[in-house]
Design a protein around this ligand. Structure first.
Ligand code: BGC
Length: 818
């Protein structure tokens, strides 16, 4: 085994095309003393505390289908002046959250960049779709595609050229990260599928997608540097947190979903706020030039997160192509004026610091997806109504005289509500169902409890953890404006009225947890069912401090259950909640619905009443105790050194269920778990064809395409199994395949890793064959010495079933002989 230093040496010598001294980055990242520690731990951190430098930034080639668009983009760029090019690489205040100025003499109407991952953030009369975590919980490729496609149609109709999403990071290294609901699953494989389907859906509608946040943006705390409140707010107090990750983990966990995004030809990627291995993500040439543009063959443009640019020349040389929002820079959470690019970039080109060829490549990268998606032809104008809703640059900050044409306050919703309702139901996860509690059978006497059941009480744009009202989205840049919201209270009352049921609602959590239930006014007779709606809020900017439900939710669940012998708890949450009430014998059923969008109430009623058989599966682990989770966020840095915010990803590959499985820790509900109103079985896991003869451990070196070496994406081994519906109602099965790698794989390889799943309908008694097609990457680990994906020698164990801990069939196979 090589020492970390030797490995890093091997990396420096063998793999990196041009490893230069970090001349661009050093003065900017660390203007003062060199680092006091030297501990590479197989990261790309150099002795001075920076990430390895890889220059120059590769030019795009257009390969993978963008060749014609590239020609158009080059022709366009050849007509631009130096100043125009510089300004195109930076944003301007304007109606959209990010704006690239129009160039009327070339009939270019500019670019409108809009959040976000669940809706048109600044869109009135637009739909609120299910959140990312809900979509991931559906484990449904078609749903993911349709959601992305419909969302993009609404964006397009409002005039957005670029959607700032989907989110491949945070991945959910820690459940305390508050943005996991914007992203997908605490697993790279599932998140990779979600990224790919969403991007395909979005870009098929003609809108550019943006894969964010590249990379390791796994906490909000100290995501940005803090600055002294001096006159210019330019003196560092402490730099942003550095996510320090070893090479193998970076490839197998955090970069994995971005590889899927690049393979789907995502138009742009957003470099993140945090530093990675010592250097800011947006001026980290190892990440952007070597990994993203080099190894993954990314053909689009890298845009900074809002205010994540901390240098001009260094960022440009390191592979960042567009600085957002441009004329402003974010210090801490404050905005101050000034851009690192713009006229500074013009000067840098004029004085020879930056080659004009680099600037040309930046603009060619920005314009190629525009032509590829046909955005130059009849693209809808920006709806004037988005401007006043822009929280990043209010109209009084605009410098350019933006002109608006076309209808204002466009209603772009089409008939998407029906789809959103279906999506909300099929992404709901049934965690417990005892004594046949669900589905409901015309209950005569219903109690609805909890402050999460009723209407919004603080406006249509959820900007805070409000006490009263149903939580179907959250705040920050991923927030949405609800044109309307179907609440559980409405939806259940509508059903109950049809059935002639009595409905009593108790929405005050404080009263519920204390006195309400003991008062004689409480339920005069035992209700048939008590439906308790509880929530927890998680939003950009501040990490979670607890995994409990908010507003005393656990106590509410316990109190209701103490008085009601058929208590059903429904949670609306951004991610993990530990659920101590799950052991209460009167809590007969639990459903996790996450943030389910505008049709949330109807969707949960559809599941409760059995119109839809639940089929969602957990995209993360629900542990017994908060203390059972590993990888705590870096929060309590009490020293005041400039670079003291270091987050060592020492758990390496043991992220999420991988950790719980590696250490045999019991969990309450495992990754991939979710009940149905029917039951399924899976058997006869076998190879479809004979084991491939001539399979090589390393892939053939083929020309890089978007997504990297195309050999990695070839199916090399296919397994099949028989899945049957063994219950007496129809339902959707989600068979899953996990891999236990051969013993020859380097230490630290987790015992179970998801590498395949499918979702399909089975009528009662029906059987179908599930096929798991394994690509070379699925069967490989990242070999840090070879700097390549290697299929290990010796026997693999393939485990198939219905969760990460519910295996119904196994098969071993050796693909590479020792
Ligand atoms: C967020 C991004 C978002 C951007 C623009 C940032 O604070 O991290 O996800 O797209 O703001 O609103």
């Amino acid at each position: 085994m090589l020492s970390p230093q030797a490995l890093l040496g091997a990396l420096l010598l063998s793999a990196v095309p041009s490893a230069l001294a970090d001349t661009c980055q050093a003065p900017i990242d660390h203007p003062g003393e060199p680092y006091s520690y030297v501990q590479p731990r197989n990261t790309t951190i150099l002795a001075d505390g920076h990430s390895l430098s890889v220059l120059p930034s590769p030019n795009m080639t257009g390969n993978g289908g963008w060749e014609t668009a590239l020609v158009k983009a080059k022709r366009f760029v050849s007509k631009l002046t130096l100043e125009e090019k510089s300004w195109m690489a930076t944003g301007q205040p304007g109606p959209c959250v990010g704006n690239v100025l129009p160039i009327p003499r070339l009939n270019f109407s500019g670019l409108c960049l809009q959040n976000g991952p669940q809706c048109v953030q600044q869109g009135d009369y637009s739909s609120v779709f299910v959140s990312g975590v809900s979509a991931a919980a559906s484990w449904d490729r078609q749903l993911l595609y349709d959601r992305g496609n419909a969302m993009a149609k609404e964006h397009k109709a409002k005039g957005s050229h670029v959607i700032l999403g989907p989110i491949g990071g945070p991945l959910g290294r820690s459940p305390y990260d508050s943005r996991t609901w914007e992203g997908f699953a605490a697993d790279p494989y599932l998140t990779g599928v979600c990224m790919e389907e969403t991007i395909n859906g979005m870009q098929d509608a003609g809108v550019q997608a943006n894969a964010k946040h590249f990379i390791a943006n796994e906490q909000e705390t100290q995501r940005n540097p803090s600055y002294a409140p001096d006159a210019n707010e330019t003196t560092y107090i402490q730099d942003s947190v550095s996510a320090n990750i070893d090479d193998r983990t970076l490839h197998e966990i955090y970069m994995w979903p971005f590889a899927n995004a690049v393979r789907a030809k995502v138009a742009s990627a957003m470099c993140s706020y945090n530093r990675v291995n010592g250097s800011h993500s947006c001026q980290n040439s190892y990440l952007l030039n070597h990994l993203l543009k080099g190894e993954l063959g990314f053909q689009g443009y890298v845009m900074s997160d809002w205010g994540a640019t901390h240098s001009g020349v260094a960022s440009v040389e390191s592979g960042m192509d567009m600085s957002m929002p441009g004329g402003f820079t974010l210090y801490g959470e404050e905005w101050t004026e000034g851009s690192f690019l713009g006229k500074n970039l013009t000067s840098a080109v004029k004085n020879g610091t930056v080659e004009v060829s680099r600037l040309n490549d930046m603009i060619v990268r920005i314009m190629t997806p525009y032509f590829w998606l046909g955005q130059e032809k009849n693209y809808p104008s920006v709806d004037a109504s988005v401007g006043p809703l822009n929280v990043d640059s209010a109209p009084d900050t605009w410098l350019y005289d933006w002109k608006f044409t076309g209808e204002t306050n466009r209603d772009v919703r089409a008939n998407h509500s029906a789809m959103i309702r279906e999506h909300g139901a099929s992404s709901t996860v049934l965690l417990k169902n005892e004594r046949n509690a669900l589905p409901l059978r015309k209950p005569r006497n219903i109690v609805i409890a909890g402050n999460d059941a009723g209407p919004l009480t603080q406006g249509p744009n959820l900007q805070a953890n409000f006490e009263y009202g149903h939580l179907a989205g959250s705040s920050g840049s991923g927030s949405c404006r609800f044109t309307y919201l179907s609440t559980p209270l409405d939806a259940i009352n509508t059903r109950a009225r049809k059935d002639g049921s009595l409905v009593q609602s108790y929405l005050n959590n404080t009263l519920l947890a204390t006195e309400a239930l003991t008062s004689p006014l409480w339920i005069p007779q035992q209700p048939d069912v008590c439906l308790v709606f509880l929530k927890s809020f998680a939003a950009e900017g501040e990490d979670r401090t607890s995994l409990d439900l908010d507003w005393n939710g656990n106590a509410v669940a316990e109190a209701v259950a103490n008085h009601c012998n058929n208590t059903v708890v429904i949670t609306n949450s951004g991610g993990v909640n530990v659920m101590p009430f799950a052991d209460h014998p009167n809590v007969t059923a639990i459903l996790a619905q996450h943030y389910a969008g505008e049709e949330s109430g109807n969707a949960i009623a559809d599941v409760l009443y059995g119109d839809v058989n639940p089929s969602g599966k957990l995209p993360y682990v629900i542990a017994y105790n908060e203390s059972d989770y590993n990888a705590p966020l870096t929060t309590a840095v009490e020293t005041n050194g400039t670079w003291d915010w270091q987050s060592w990803f020492d758990e390496e590959l043991e992220v999420g269920y991988r950790y719980f499985d590696a250490h045999n820790i019991s969990v309450r509900y495992e990754f991939g778990f979710g009940l149905s109103y029917t039951t399924f079985d899976l058997k006869n896991l076998k190879a479809k064809d004979s084991t491939p003869a001539n399979l090589t451990a390393l892939p053939a070196k083929r020309a890089i395409q978007p997504g990297g070496n195309p050999a990695l994406w070839e199916t090399v081994y296919t397994l099949e199994a028989e899945v049957s519906n063994t219950g007496d109602v129809d339902g959707f099965a989600v068979p899953q395949l996990y891999i236990d790698f051969p013993a020859s794989t380097p230490a630290g390889t987790p015992p179970n890793q998801l590498r395949g799943f499918d979702k399909f309908h089975l009528t009662a008694g029906e059987k179908k064959t599930v096929k798991f097609e394994l690509m070379r990457r699925d069967l490989s680990y990242w070999d840090v010495t070879a700097q390549d994906w290697r299929i290990p020698a010796g026997p693999f164990t393939f485990k198939a079933g219905f969760s990460s801990r519910d295996f119904h069939a196994r098969k071993t196979a050796t693909l590479i002989k020792a």
